[in-house]
Write a new protein. Structure first.
Lengths: 191, 191
DNA sequence: CTCCAATCTTGACACTGTCAACATTAAAGA
DNA sequence: TCTTTAATGTTGACAGTGTCAAGATTGGAG
């Protein structure tokens, strides 16, 4: 199967090769032709699996988001309360991107993330990490017997997500060398 | 001077044309050749003013950051206290990018911002909006007679910047249609 | 066994960033 | 005023890019 005309599993191979290139040389060095070459395949072969370059990038993003979600779920599960789960999730969020800033740039660089804050919308198609956060937040309200208006809930969600996402963003900036003292911030994460 | 061999003020014209293209068609449609064409100049003319494409983009970023700073300073000046100044600055921060999300993507999409958080470093070369924030924060400590360790100060700064920057980031995401109810968040911005 | 649809190749096109060689001109110094 | 020079702009070339059209190959359904 190595030197046969048909590759066998080109789609996955292209995604893996794309991730490797992004990790080693950054997104700006990702080209369809290089990805194809890395799979020992002609320059137009990817078009049998992806409509255009954007669609390959989108597939890679899904793949990276899955890895991201694994860390978040791992952080959340087994926690005694929603509060501690949310805090653990925030830590995992920042830790994940601190370890590989390239992923942050890759995932959020063009802001093409979908997240409907309105609680009465269907959640389908929303950004999975945000879905998890919302689930934990609703659990938090329930566990503590809190009743909040939709608007208040939205604000809380924005606040929580903002500080975590903002920290990740700042941590990924070049030149920001300060160590983040997460331990001190934990208890203030939730309002 | 219109049809003379020398343009006269090509450098500024290239920057302006670049901003226009980014505003109208997004950064992904910015090419040196288009910028040159927009200035009625040959495709290699920009190389007399910029080493490469990156240097032009960097110049455009400086230009956009100046506009950003104008809004921040405008929000800060005349405020009765450092606290109210910081809150106003946060509002201006989010408002600026809510109005033109393309600028957020352009400025922070690749995270190439320099901000040395350590208080004992020289501030030169730091990101101007961050410098302003730090100045206001130190004023806040002074006005309220607070004494904090360097580490505590850093944490405060990261927190403030994180929530504001994070909100701006989330506000610029596709699909986030919720209105930001800033009025409710103001009094909780400072710890 | 045949045929078809999925998959892959080849060749082309326009566009890109960049460089080298050359042209023009404003301005400084004689 | 004339000459020279450095700054600025042009032309032409090159490799690399995304994308498409036409054709080759092949696994698998019938």
């Amino acid at each position: 199967m190595a030197d046969s005309y048909h590759h066998g599993n080109l789609r996955e191979a292209l995604i893996d090769a794309g991730i490797k290139i992004i990790n080693e040389n950054g997104e700006e060095n990702l080209s369809l032709r290089k990805v194809a070459a890395a799979c020992d395949v002609s320059h137009a072969a990817p078009y049998a699996h992806f409509r255009d370059k954007e669609e390959l990038i989108e597939a890679i993003k899904e793949n990276v988001t899955e890895k991201f979600m694994e860390k978040l779920i791992e952080a959340v599960e087994g926690k005694p309360s929603a509060d501690s789960a949310i805090i653990a999730m925030g830590r995992a969020y920042v830790t994940f991107f601190s370890k590989n800033p390239d992923y942050f740039i890759f995932l959020f660089g063009k802001q093409n993330i979908t997240a409907h804050l309105k609680m009465n919308k269907e959640y389908k198609g929303d950004y999975p990490p945000f879905l998890l956060l919302r689930r934990m937040y609703l659990l938090h309200l329930e566990e503590n017997g809190l009743e909040k208006s939709i608007e208040e809930q939205e604000i809380d969600l924005i606040k929580i997500w903002s500080i975590v996402h903002g920290m990740a963003s700042i941590a990924c900036m070049k030149g920001v060398k300060s160590s983040f003292n997460w331990n001190n911030i934990d208890e203030r994460l939730l309002t």
